[in-house]
Ligand binder design. Structure first.
Ligand code: NAD
Length: 492
């Protein structure tokens, strides 16, 4: 079994606890790697290394252009090793090789884009209202950024934070999910190869409540960037508040995917499948509530069941597999428990609704693609995030009812609208309370476009040009060119 070390202050370290966590392969249910169980002591060492690198030395003195060049070099190394990184992620989280390879081949763009932005953040010269005073601003890094990520897209979601944080001149300590830490430790080898100065990039692994909270609480940490579930997000927010730290939270969702009768139905069926069965439904932006207009409901459900019912399940490493296992055993139990809840609530199961026991699923944690019709929006299956391949179908009669149902939920991460009427499309994009709305598409993201949640889906945004400012602070600098100081007893 592969045994990993943590990356702290440009050195490969065993955990001070001497303890390891087994990382399990979701397709086999068997351990395949051992991950260091980091401690408070390890977290402190990593933050101290990161703080020293931020405060003085090679990184602190590096020009933004040189920082950008280093990030672009890292992007090239990721592109070179995309297949290896994808294989590690698939082994660790069970998501499809087809999806993870696509993510790894796309991921260099974050390092090219934010690397390019590093030397384009400009302060301004303020037209002074005070004679003889020259006033200008400059943007400066915040300091040490703690980055905490979940298990579903470990490297991509971390890169949404690492690339802008480093481009802005901060230093980082990354704490990946205890279920899927291997790929971040492989990634650290590329950071080392790229030649980042000592302490700029650190990885500490282990449990959230142990080492994750230590990395949030440490007084030398200036900002926390978190993606994960609501309980962890709230705990991080509270701890960050105690330390008066900046924080961004990317949390869960219960996103509506809304199909009007005037939509291209075949495309919308594919959009519904991509919304909930891609990534086995383990995506924060899953279109887990499918809202169908009355007049197309039955035809749509028939086509959807036909397409989803033929999805090929099995080994996620096989490029032809379409639905892989659930990533963790607790998550597998949670998905099955929500299927029971939906049945008890009176929803009608028209597809799946049970563990997948097909021979090609082996001993993995597989759940059959599951579709419920007859769901009311006040049911738990319509309100709570399942994070698995379970779709709730809700009927609506007109635009107003669709909007009311779409917004009647605590979350607001994303939404899909399927229609051929541009006026309706624009009205829906305005009225839906979500951070991202796709029209005639679902599950599209880019390094160039802001992503994040309304309501309980999170705080702050990631990606896009403006985001680099989330990792910077502005300083106002005054230079007195007068020969004499005016009255020292009053405000200047
Ligand atoms: P999780 O909250 O259990 O864990 C996420 C990370 O937080 C892990 O690294 C964990 O160790 C750490 N953590 C947990 N408690 C902590 C604490 N008290 N202090 C510090 N760190 C702590 O989430 P998960 O189960 O790994 O991921 C699934 C969740 O993530 C879902 O709710 C999903 O919607 C959400 N998610 C959101 C997005 C998004 O961009 N909005 C993307 C992917 C996943």
């Amino acid at each position: 079994m592969k045994k990993y070390q943590m990356y702290i202050g440009a050195e490969w370290k065993d955990p001070s606890s001497g303890e390891y966590i087994d990382s399990l392969n979701p397709f086999t249910g068997q351990p395949w790697a051992r991950i260091p169980r980091g401690t408070n002591e390890d977290a402190t060492a990593a933050v101290n290394a990161a703080y020293a690198a931020y405060d003085r030395g090679a990184w602190a003195d590096m020009t933004p252009s040189a920082r950008g060049a280093l990030l672009r070099k890292l992007g090239d190394l990721i592109a070179r090793d995309a297949e290896h990184l994808a294989d590690v992620e698939v082994t660790d989280n069970g998501k499809l090789k087809a999806e993870m390879l696509g993510q790894m081949r796309y991921m260099p763009e974050w390092y090219y884009y934010f690397g390019g932005l590093a030397d384009k953040v400009e302060g301004s010269t303020i037209p002074s209202d005070k004679p003889g005073m020259f006033n200008f601003t400059q943007y400066e890094p915040l300091g040490v950024v703690t980055i905490i990520t979940p298990w579903n897209s470990p490297l991509l979601l971390a890169s949404w934070k690492i690339a802008p944080a480093l481009a802005a001149g901060n230093t980082v300590v990354v704490k990946p999910s205890e279920y899927t830490s291997a790929s971040m430790l492989e990634f650290a080898k590329l950071v080392e190869e790229a030649g980042f100065p000592k302490g700029v990039f650190n990885v500490v692994t282990g449990y959230g409540a142990e080492v994750g909270s230590a990395l949030v609480e440490h007084p030398k940490v200036a900002r926390v960037a978190f993606t994960g579930g609501e309980p962890g997000g709230i705990a991080v927010y509270q701890a960050a508040a105690r330390g008066l730290k900046r924080v961004s939270l990317e949390l869960g969702g219960k996103s509506p995917n809304i199909v009007f009768a005037d939509a291209d139905i075949d495309n919308a069926v594919k959009g519904a499948v991509s919304g909930i069965f891609a990534a086995t439904g383990q995506t924060c932006m899953a279109g887990s509530r499918l809202l169908l207009q009355d007049s197309i409901h039955d035809e749509f459900v028939e086509k959807l069941v036909a397409l989803a019912g033929t999805a090929q399940m099995g080994n996620p490493m096989d490029m032809s597999t379409q639905v892989g296992p659930v990533t963790t055993q607790p998550q597998y139990q949670k998905v099955l428990s929500y299927i029971d809840i939906a049945k008890q609530e009176g929803a009608t199961c028209v597809l799946g609704g049970k563990p997948a026991t097909r021979p090609e699923c082996g001993d993995g944690w597989f759940v059959e693609p599951t579709i419920f019709t007859g769901v009311r929006n006040d049911m738990r299956i319509a309100q709570e995030e399942v994070f698995g391949p379970v779709l709730s179908i809700i009927r609506f009669k007109d635009e107003e009812e669709a909007i009311a149902i779409a917004n009647d939920v605590l979350y607001g991460l994303a939404a899909g609208v399927w229609t051929s009427d541009i006026g309706r499309a624009l009205k829906m994009t305005k009225r839906i309370r979500a951070g991202t709305v796709w029209v005639n598409a679902y599950r599209v993201v880019s390094y160039m476009s802001p992503f994040g949640g309304y309501k309980r889906s999170g705080i702050g945004r990631e990606n896009g040009q403006e985001m680099i400012k989330e990792y910077l602070q502005v300083k106002s600098i005054w230079i007195n060119t007068n020969k004499e100081i005016a009255n020292p007893f009053v405000l200047g």
